[in-house]
Each structure stands twice: as structure tokens, then as C-alpha cells.
Write a protein that binds this ligand. Sequence first.
Ligand code: C2G
Length: 129
Amino acid sequence: MKKVITYGTFDLFHIGHLELLRRAKELGDYLLVFVSTDEFSSRDKNKDCAIPYEERAAIVEAIQYVDEVRPERCWEQKQTDVIEYGADVFVMGDDWEGKFDFLKELCEVRYLSRTEGISTSGIRKKLEG
Ligand code: C2G
């Protein structure tokens, strides 16, 4: 079984997130998604999520491409996650291009093109008028 792993906030879930997860799943048989906790998001990513972790995780878990969801609590957990969960492929959108190449010694690292014209911050700006 080829296991794919990815990480994200997935706040205000949108088509860009869905397209990333769809293409990530195409790279293997099992997709494990680490969703950023509220604390990690606000403390280390400077992102105050509109939607709390429990709900963001439940939405991601309900996506047909996703097999398992776990919390992302810090930047540093990726190496141990890849080893502990036996990930074969690490996937991120290409806004992260190169940032996780240190994982190449453990698994395949793939950066997929972002979906243009959609972002959580863009949605929030639109809603705030
Ligand atoms: N994404 C995308 N197209 C968009 C928006 C996002 O392909 N228009 C991708 C991102 O590149 C990322 C995933 O969807 O791979 C989740 O995006 P975010 O929730 O914005 O994730 P981010 O805040 O970048 O957190 O440790 C890694 C971080 O947790 C990634």
C-alpha cells in the first residue's frame, strides 16, 4: 500500500484544498492528512482560523480522497510523522516548493501546482467586504 501524507490548515475549506487532496490521493492508495491545530496555526503560522480545529478536521476527514486525519501541532513533526506512519510520498502545494526537500532522504517529495484564484484569505476579504 502506497501511503501519501500532506499537511495544512484547511480553513474555510475550498476548491484549492479539494484539488490538492484529490491529486495527492492519485499518487498512492492511502492519504493521511495532518490538519493544523488552532494553537499551532495562531502561534506559529500567524493564522487565526475562522473555523476551529475539530470542525476543520471533521470536514477534511469527510472528503472521499482522505483516509485518515491527525493533528499538526508544530513545524518539526514531519520527519517523525513520515517515519512513524510509513509515508511513501510527501505532498504539498508548490507555494511550499523546496521547503520540505529535507524529507527526500525518507520519502518521495512532490509539490503540486496551486489552484489559481482561490485562497482562504481571499474568501475572508470578500466576506468582510
Ligand atoms: N492549496 C492549493 N491551492 C490553493 C490553496 C491551497 O493547492 N489555492 C494547497 C496548499 O498549497 C497546501 C494545501 O492546499 O498544500 C492546504 O493549504 P493551507 O490550508 O493554506 O495550508 P498551509 O496554511 O499552507 O499549511 O506544515 C505545512 C502547513 O501546515 C501548510
